[in-house]
Ligand binder design. Structure first.
Ligand SMILES: C[S@@+](CC[C@H](N)C(=O)[O-])C[C@H]1O[C@@H](n2cnc3c(N)ncnc32)[C@H](O)[C@@H]1O
Length: 240
């Protein structure tokens, strides 16, 4: 970004600046829509680390990633010994990630071109699911394709807090999942789950009116019939 605008950068034209950016802790937009909206990116490495930590990975675990992007996050999880299946909705990004993963020695990562909201039923069940694009509605397919006791980590859209907290859910044997929100982790939305700008403003106003509750006080329960966001306990659903 320069003066609030995206500036294009290629490795061939400016290898030094490219190296600096890749080694920095910045998110790097890799696809821009209409000159101003990033629709694919490499996330900030510290956020990737935070989310991978939240997954509590062990070698051999099967992980479903939604939003392959550059493939960097998938490569990190594969380097930790996970068996990664990653779904990317954008064909160009998916093809590019497949090539990069192969070049980086991670051709064992399976990259599927498609809508990650349906998961990857032919490759499940998974021990872990990680989304690297924000959701306001958790697709039940992710719960169904996760083993009992497994975890789902997903950045949440600004529906009840303006800063998009991270949700960490544990999956139960009855195909329900429940968990809490942690630190803010702003992500671009899943394609198809974007919110109008006005919602951000409304969310902020409602959150301030509620006394600015800390993100860790919020939780979520997902069942085959829907989801409920709550404050402090599942008995206190919030209107959002
Ligand atoms: C923040 S980027 C992902 C960063 C990536 N994990 C990395 O390591 O570079 C979000 C990605 O999610 C993809 N995406 C958005 N909606 C999706 C969906 N419904 N299914 C699969 N991928 C989706 C976008 O095309 C974009 O590439």
């Amino acid at each position: 970004m320069r003066d609030g605008r995206f500036v294009s950068l290629s490795r061939e034209e400016d290898p030094r600046e490219w190296e600096r950016l890749v080694a920095s802790d910045d998110a790097i937009a890799t696809q821009i829509k209409d000159g101003m909206w990033p629709v694919s990116s490499s996330s900030a490495p510290s956020i990737m680390a935070e989310m991978i930590d939240a997954l509590e990975l062990s070698a051999g675990m099967r992980v479903l990633e939604i939003g392959t992007g550059t493939g960097y996050n998938a490569a990190c999880m594969a380097a930790l010994g996970a068996e990664v299946v990653s779904v990317e909705i954008d064909r160009e990004a998916a093809d590019h990630a497949r090539d990069s993963l192969r070049a980086a020695g991670h051709s064992d990562v399976v990259v599927i071109t498609g809508n990650g909201e349906v998961g990857a039923p032919a490759h499940g069940p998974f021990d872990r699911v990680i989304a690297t694009a924000a959701a306001h509605t958790l697709p039940h397919a992710w719960v169904k394709q996760t083993k009992a006791g497994g975890l789902i980590v997903v950045p949440w859209a600004a529906t009840f807090r303006p800063d998009g907290p991270l949700a960490i859910l544990k999956v139960n044997a009855d195909a329900t999942a429940e968990g809490r929100f942690t630190a803010p982790a702003w992500f671009m939305p899943l394609r198809g789950q974007g919110l109008p700008q006005a919602v951000l403003q409304e969310t902020e106003e409602r959150w301030i009116k509620a006394g600015r509750p800390d993100c860790t006080r919020y939780g979520i329960t997902v069942t085959p019939t829907g989801q409920v966001i709550w404050l402090d306990s599942p008995d206190s659903p919030i209107d959002r």
